[in-house]
Design a protein around this ligand. Structure first.
Ligand SMILES: [Zn+2]
Length: 87
């Protein structure tokens, strides 16, 4: 079984570990509000956040700085598509 696992994910154990220079600061996903280390997600700088125009009351320091953070590209795409997170 472990051979199969190794074949499927040959670099998994190493790539899951933080590398030197990785930002391990805990951040919150702008889409699903999940917390995870910055280097494991997608940080979008100088982002144009369409939700700011829709709901200005949610604007905080991060959105003012035009920084958005997501768990993955899927959440990033869904956020910009104007979708709402469905748990
Ligand atoms: Zn997310």
């Amino acid at each position: 079984m472990w051979i199969f696992y190794k074949f499927m994910y040959p670099r998994a154990p190493k790539s899951m570990m933080p590398k030197e220079g990785d930002v391990t600061t805990l951040r919150q996903c702008n889409f699903c509000a999940n917390h995870l280390a910055e280097y494991r997600g997608v940080l979008e700088t100088n982002a144009v956040a369409p939700t700011n125009a829709i709901n200005p009351t949610t604007m905080d320091d991060k959105t003012v700085n035009n920084e958005l953070f997501f768990c993955n590209y899927e959440h990033q795409a869904d956020f910009h598509a104007g979708k709402r997170y469905q748990p």
